[in-house]
Design a protein around this ligand. Sequence first.
Ligand code: ADP
Length: 311
Amino acid sequence: MTRPAIAAIGMASWDRMLVVDDYPEAGSYAVVRQMLEGPGGTTANTVAALARLGVPVTFAAKVGDDREGAALRDGLAAEGCDVSAVTTRAGEPTDLGIIIISGSGERAERTIYWQQGARLRYGDPLPIAELFAHDLVVVDVDDARLRQLIVDLPIHVAPRTRLLGTLTLLTELPPEQALALAVRHDYLCGNERELRYVTGETNLERALVRLRERMLLDQLRLAFISRGPLGCLVVTEEAAEAVPAFPVAAVDTTGAGDAFAAGVALGLIERRAPGEIGRLANALGALAVRGLGARASLPQRAELDALLGRS
Ligand code: ADP
């Protein structure tokens, strides 16, 4: 029997979005052009992108005991995702992102105000054996003790299971601790700003050197660092290879990094070459920024393959 492909452990949030032309100066104002809301959250967006592409995916997360939590879970189930490990935390609201979207094209930006709600934490029961029966486990957890427990698991319970860690939530931790956790995953993905934070380096070149030094000593073997319209860097012990982005008219960059992570996960389970995984991740990132909201423009497989020039 073949093993199921991908499990993801992480977060689901509800997104409320305001669209403005430009960010106002502090103390000034901006006219709101549009307001909308919908399902979001880093890991949930990645899971939704994979499900949309037809990849079987199992998700473990916490939602609040409210309308948004139910909508998040039902939405992912409707996309075809296994949500049996998405559980409700009584007495807490669903995690909420208030997202201010400004500009378009090259100037497209988004800024998030994060009202923290129900999230997985150390001590929450998780179906570990079931999750680690997948080939690849995406780990996107902000609780440091839970993250430590998860990165220590494969050697004990599932030596064949590979971990893909995201950098995003590690920036909640002090840099030294964040880097020590980051290099315990087999693969990493995140953006340039997050890499600079966890390495404690303001300069990208030095941040890459620091990461590659750690690759020699630790579990990490491959990292995918996104750079918005510049594409991404594929980092191995030997080198950092730049892979250009796909040109696209960006409307809203919310969820670009989450779609990028889905592309990395897909490329890894399909056992593609590192540069090809970077290209696939860039393609998903580009497709994700075409519409308002994190998930509106996520593609189906045929559309992704068409952009990649595959039939
Ligand atoms: P994050 O959402 O974490 O800030 P990025 O902005 O780096 O992540 O976006 C992730 C990926 O999405 C990029 O590596 C790139 O491939 C793609 N992407 C993002 N913005 C654009 C853009 N304006 N044009 C083309 N591709 C983009």
